[in-house]
Design a protein around this ligand. Structure first.
Ligand code: C5P
Length: 238
């Protein structure tokens, strides 16, 4: 079910969190062959980034569309079918049962792999209560991982610090993708539950999403290669 990882570079997904296609194109050019997999979220996606996604895919790169979809089933299924037609490798949806089932229907037998977001990492117990939920974060994450698995989703996005627990619930065959990755000594920014690339892979992550430690580095390609070296060291130690 998970994406077969034939190229070890594919384990690193660089978040193109940039305001314009021009800025993203220049970063992609700087990164060159060091990076094979890019994530496009709201900021770049709503600034023309889907056209860039098409170009990256035509150029042999993989693209993760991180729009975290959640709507009525028909709309989700059709949106996901469009992302499959675009040639995206990963797309995110919120882990609500109707949304999960609709996304799986929209994906059909395409190569697109669906990732479920269980509880946003910026939410704590008080935020869930304020949103009207009775269960806490841990219980809600666990329930949604199981529901995502049962719906036929291909993987989960979670904090590296949750990866071990998620792996137990998810089983060995689906992907775990973790943001919140910070090489030793890097600024954490607004990320609260962070881990190094080495620790995230050791906790069971298949792919790491890294934004600012690479995007804002003085030498982004060197920063990307350093993360990949840490990933390789963690896999070798497994
Ligand atoms: O710059 P940084 O490495 O923190 O970027 C992490 C990326 O992963 C951002 O694009 C962010 O939107 C995304 N993300 C996250 N936490 C989640 C889900 C996605 O940081 N739970």
């Amino acid at each position: 079910m998970s994406v077969p990882i034939t190229d070890p570079r594919d384990r690193l997904i660089v978040a193109l969190d940039l305001p314009s296609v021009g800025a993203a194109e220049s970063l992609v050019a700087q990164l060159g062959d060091a990076v094979t997999f890019y994530k496009i979220g709201y900021e770049l996606g709503f600034a023309g980034g889907l056209g860039l996604a098409r170009e990256l895919i035509a150029d042999g790169r993989k693209v993760f569309i991180d729009f975290k979809l959640h709507d009525i089933g028909n709309t989700v299924a059709r949106g996901i079918a469009s992302l499959a037609a675009l040639g995206a490798s990963f797309a995110t949806v919120h882990a609500y049962p109707q949304t999960l089932r609709a996304a799986v229907e929209g994906r059909g037998d395409s190569a697109l792999r669906l990732l479920a977001v269980t509880v946003l990492t910026s939410y704590d117990e008080a935020d869930l209560r304020a949103a009207g939920y009775g269960a806490g974060v841990e219980e809600t994450v666990a329930r949604r991982v199981v529901q995502a698995r049962e719906a036929g989703i291909d993987g989960i996005v979670c904090a590296p610090t949750d990866a071990t627990r998620v792996r137990t619930l998810l089983g060995p065959d689906r992907a775990i993708v973790t943001p919140g990755v910070r090489p030793e000594g890097a600024a954490t920014g607004d990320q609260k539950r962070v881990a190094t690339p080495f620790a995230a892979i050791r906790a069971g992550a298949d792919h790491l999403v890294v934004g600012r430690p690479i995007v804002a580095a003085p030498d982004p390609a060197a920063a990307a290669r350093a993360v990949q070296a840490e990933i390789a060291a963690a896999l070798a130690a497994s």
